[in-house]
Design a protein around this ligand. Structure first.
Ligand code: PEP
Length: 249
């Protein structure tokens, strides 16, 4: 049985006091048993997040990591560094990393391998830009991202992968893919995973939707059979909104 997952990506928001305030607010809520909840604070705030969330089921995860084990990569953080502070899950391939930090499918493939080889779990993000969709090329784009960034990994490692379909045109724009648009891609991707690996892996992999999910639309999106939760940006910065999404299953 695949898991329902809601992960909050806090991006480069919240300094330490603001992070503490959000963590405090999150702690007031009861987490339902049918959902795995994750939050990804900035690297500088990981330690506080662990302190605050210690006695809750909320998992603290990272927004990014470097593909190398160690070395002269100023400003970067390795899988081992993340693991040593207790982080076991990392987001890889977010569209902002692809767009602003030139992370190509080839680089992302290395990151995925580096994380999985360090026994971390990966949330692998992919999704088309508006132009791709307008030209009817969204399925090809998604295919290429999966084939070049992810499908090199072995069958045994796929159990540590969560997928996140995030159409770029819906991220932070207030525009959401309709539940049917999300379902179409999620179903397509699950079938693709089945062809590349096997039925059991395809049925067990969680595929999250990301792109302007909010309390008002989460329920109808999560109700789709191939949508197993969400990767949440803006709405994850307010505990009440985030928890309303967590409770939308
Ligand atoms: C994201 O950045 O992964 C995201 C889905 O952002 P938002 O919810 O703000 O669209």
């Amino acid at each position: 049985m695949r898991k329902n997952i809601v992960a909050g990506n806090w991006k480069m928001n919240n300094d330490l006091p603001q992070t503490e305030s959000l963590l405090q607010d999150l702690k007031k809520h009861v987490i339902p048993e049918n959902v795995s909840v994750m939050v990804a604070p900035a690297f500088t705030n990981l330690f506080q997040a662990f302190e605050y969330l210690r006695e809750t089921p909320i998992e603290v995860i990272a927004q990014n990591m470097h593909q190398s084990k160690k070395g002269a990569f100023t400003g970067e953080v390795s899988a081992q560094m993340l693991k040593s502070v207790g982080v076991n899950t990392v987001i890889i391939g977010h569209s902002e990393r692809r767009a602003y930090f030139n992370e190509t499918n080839a680089i992302l493939a290395e990151k995925v391998s580096a994380a999985l080889d360090s026994d971390m779990q990966v949330i692998f993000c992919f999704g088309e830009e508006l132009n791709d969709r307008k030209q009817g090329e969204h399925l090809e784009v998604v295919n290429a991202q999966l084939e070049q960034g992810l499908f090199h990994i072995e069958e045994s490692q796929m159990k540590n992968v969560i997928l996140a379909y995030e159409p770029v045109w819906a991220i932070g724009t207030g525009e959401t893919a309709s539940p049917d648009q999300a379902q179409e891609i999620h179903k397509y991707v699950r079938e693709h995973v089945k062809r590349a690996y096997n039925t059991a892996i395809a049925e067990n992999i969680s595929i999250l939707y990301g792109g302007s999910v909010k309390p008002a639309n989460a329920q109808e999106i999560f109700a789709k059979p191939d949508v197993d939760g969400g990767l949440i940006g803006g709405a994850a910065l307010k505990a009440e909104d985030f928890m309303a999404i967590v409770n939308a299953f």
